[in-house]
Ligand binder design. Structure first.
Ligand SMILES: NC(=O)c1ccc[n+]([C@@H]2O[C@H](COP(=O)([O-])OP(=O)(O)OC[C@H]3O[C@@H](n4cnc5c(N)ncnc54)[C@H](O)[C@@H]3O)[C@@H](O)[C@H]2O)c1
Ligand SMILES: [Zn+2]
Length: 358
């Protein structure tokens, strides 16, 4: 399956198929014949998946430390050093193999080294396969905030091999699956229903269930970012569940939740507001809550101070001209963006997910 994504810098293909990572060398020789290839990965991912990419290059991979706390400029510096050691030139292709942290970091290094090296993303977590590898956002964190430093830098290609997810820890997998559910809620009732009925096959990493779910998610993200590459309008619908989700992550210093888990709570909170306003039908809200509950436990939230969360939401970067844009669910498969959600409504939504009012 192939999805083409248009961008200002030209369009790129997202290739999705079981075993696709083993064919990467063929794809690269078509895309950039004769080009040098430098792989950037981390030790864990390279140990698990390196043999699949053995034909790609004889150069040593640049291996970065693993973890969100290493998604910073110091690590970007390590990539630059590796590229200098490899005598990379303008034509050298950077192949980023790993989760979202690796793709964002290596992607930012590729975007800036020699003012930009061709970049190929090989995402290996579900979150990276359905979200971070598509859309061209790359970047790193600063101690003053997450993703503060970055660029829009579309890759030349994205190669998604659902087989690589077989080694992903269940919690990581589930965290990515909440984003798939997000795509269903905002844009596709059939995707939502397919995930609901295929949960056990998905968790078993059955590629026959995974491939179409990943492909449809990529398709949805691709169509949305294409229409709004620089995030001024439609791309905001992708933030469904993220207003409260980001506040939960920030309030717990990014330590308690996997991003998708916080988004799961955020979707439930947005659905509570939507239900009260009548944007989402009762049975649809119930279906969302049931699906999220069936997927497994989420970290506790009952101890979190509502006042602190309200404050964090007030600081949300999606505020434009002093107004907080909030994505509410419509009937599953649709959204409404509003800018008049009151603190009282947010407090009610927090209560609905188990966080008592101040
Ligand atoms: N650029 C974007 O548009 C965008 C969008 C969403 C999220 N992000 C970023 O993505 C990051 C989160 O990415 P993530 O959820 O993939 O986390 P991650 O990159 O930290 O990966 C999670 C863990 O899984 C490991 N792993 C990766 N592939 C594996 C595999 N196949 N088998 C076993 N283990 C594997 C990783 O090494 C890591 O330890 C955040 O930094 C977030 O800001 C970026
Ligand atoms: Zn997200």
């Amino acid at each position: 399956m192939r999805i083409d994504v248009g961008s200002r810098a030209g369009s790129y293909a997202v290739q999705i198929a079981p075993g696709e990572s083993r064919r990467l060398h063929q794809l690269l020789s078509a895309l950039a014949p004769g080009a040098r290839v430098v792989v950037v990965s981390n030790g864990l991912v390279w140990r698990l998946l390196g043999d699949r990419l053995a034909q790609l290059t004889s150069e040593e991979p640049i291996l970065l430390p693993d973890g969100e706390r290493f998604k910073n400029l110091l690590t970007v510096g390590k990539v630059y050093e590796g590229l200098i050691r490899a005598r990379a030139d303008r034509g050298t292709v950077v192949v980023a193999v790993g989760g979202g942290v690796l793709g964002d970091t290596a992607g930012f290094a590729a975007a800036t080294f020699l003012r930009g090296l061709p970049l190929v993303q090989v995402p290996t977590t579900l979150l990276a396969q359905v979200d971070s590898s598509i859309g061209g956002k790359v970047g790193v964190n600063h101690s003053a905030g997450k993703n503060l430093i970055g660029a829009f830098y579309p890759p030349r290609a994205v190669v998604i091999d659902p087989e690589t997810l077989s080694t992903l820890p269940r919690r990581e997998f589930r965290a990515g699956l909440y984003e798939v559910i997000k795509y269903g809620v905002i844009a596709s009732r059939s995707l939502f229903e397919r995930v609901s009925t295929n949960l056990s096959q998905l968790f078993a990493r059955d590629t026959e269930a995974l491939s179409p779910a990943i492909a449809e998610s990529c398709e949805i993200k691709a169509r949305i970012v294409e229409g709004d590459e620089l995030e001024s309008g439609a791309r905001r619908t992708l933030n469904f569940g993220h207003t409260v989700g980001h506040a939960l992550e920030a309030a717990t210093k990014y330590r308690r939740f996997r991003h998708g888990e916080a988004v799961a709570y955020g979707m439930l909170a947005a659905a509570a507001i939507g239900a009260r306003r009548g944007t989402i039908p009762g049975p649809d809200r119930e279906a969302l809550a049931t699906l999220i509950r069936t997927m497994g436990p989420l970290p506790a939230v009952t101890d979190l101070p509502a006042s602190q969360l309200l404050e964090a939401i007030g600081r949300d970067k999606k505020i434009v001209n002093g107004r907080l844009h909030f994505v509410l669910p419509g009937p599953i498969g649709s959204t409404q963006i509003v800018d008049d959600v009151t603190p009282e409504e947010i407090a009610h939504a927090l209560a609905a997910i188990g966080i008592p009012n101040p």
